[in-house]
Design a protein around this ligand. Structure first.
Ligand code: F6P
Length: 335
């Protein structure tokens, strides 16, 4: 090596540490978990691995035959996309292989999937959220919630294991397949964000201890059906406009949530004439984001109570959703 080149190489490349890899971070923080047996750590690693496979497919979806509809519908009546189905298979397979999970609730399956009676954890997952954005190369995401089972290990799964309130989550997170891919998660000790480095095949800690700004000026809502919004929601949206706030709506929950998490903002999906109980699903969309929002200093409500306090009665239950910066959500709820 030419000696004269060394200083510039050092300052541009060598001087900067690559940072903490997700695996190391999980290991270093394992003792924060109430039941530090290593299984929850392994489960988070399994989710991260499956997300890398999904990321690979999402990134080349336009090149191979992965765009477009399957010609089937999921439990919610949405058209299933090929990538929805593929992501569901990838996550289910990764979680089944690990052995830590006894049951899995997924947007893509009518009933829960019974995996392994010896597993201690229940997962609720939306393997690929925002699927109407798949075919147009716009950000999409994965959302997951992790619960401890309530019934004894080794016995068949029961309803009490599945229908747990969001406040029982022991971990939750999302993966955003955006201009870069990020994994953001909490185990109830703050929120940390990791960015995927594709050439190394690893997530690295890029957003330690994420905090949602208490205030913001972004409101995210699909105003198409606003004629059927309740008067308080209409009044709040008018307040946003009178206050010269900025409207930003991607139509991918993870992407809209993530932007508001970083910049400060509110996401609203209220009851509409078409979806009188709201559109979003409590167990595998709202609970995880509510847990993350609260851990980052934000607020999540269905308009009347904390999302995390709702006791689900059905797997695919829907709820109105108001989530984001504390002062903005509290203002919206005051209307
Ligand atoms: O159900 C999921 C979802 O695709 C979310 O990701 C998104 O925020 C919402 O639905 C978009 O719904 P709409 O097309 O009615 O605005």
């Amino acid at each position: 090596m030419n000696k004269a080149q060394l200083p510039s190489i050092e300052s541009s490349r060598i001087a900067h540490s690559i940072g903490t890899a997700l695996d190391r971070f999980i290991k270093n923080n394992q003792d924060q978990f109430a039941f530090a047996s290593g299984e929850l750590s392994q489960l988070l690693r399994d989710i991260a691995l499956a997300s890398k496979v999904v990321n690979r497919e999402v990134n080349k979806a336009g090149l191979i035959d992965l765009m477009g509809a399957m010609g089937t519908q999921n439990t919610a009546g949405d058209d299933q996309q090929k990538l929805d189905v593929l992501a569901n298979i990838r996550f289910t397979r990764a979680l089944a292989k690990g052995g830590e999970v006894c049951a899995l609730v997924s947007e893509e399956a009518e009933s829960y999937v019974d995996l392994n009676n010896e597993g201690r954890y229940v997962i609720a997952i939306d393997p690929l959220d925002g699927s109407s954005n798949i075919d147009v190369n716009v950000s999409i995401g994965t959302i997951f919630s992790v619960y401890r089972r309530k019934s004894p290990v080794g016995t068949p799964i029961q309803e009490i294991d599945i229908l747990q309130a969001g406040s029982d989550q022991v971990a939750a997170g999302y993966v955003l397949y955006g201009s870069s891919t990020m994994l953001v998660y909490t185990t109830g000790h703050g929120v940390n964000g990791f960015t995927y480095e594709p050439t190394l095949g690893e997530y690295f800690l890029s957003h330690p201890n994420m905090r949602m700004p208490a205030d913001g000026k972004i409101f995210s809502v699909n105003e198409g059906p606003s004629n059927s919004f309740s008067k308080p929601v209409k009044d709040y949206l008018q307040f946003c406009k009178d206050s010269h706030y900025t409207a930003r709506y991607i139509g991918s929950l993870v992407a809209d949530f993530h932007r508001n998490m970083l910049k400060g903002g509110i996401y609203i999906y209220p009851a509409t004439a078409k979806d009188p109980a709201g559109k979003l699903r409590l167990m595998y969309e709202c609970n995880a984001l509510a847990f993350i929002a609260e851990q980052a200093g934000g607020v999540a409500s269905d308009g009347a109570q904390r999302i995390l306090e709702i006791k689900p009665e059905r797997l695919h239950q829907r709820t109105p959703f108001y989530v984001g910066s504390k002062n903005m959500v509290e203002k919206a709820l005051s209307f």
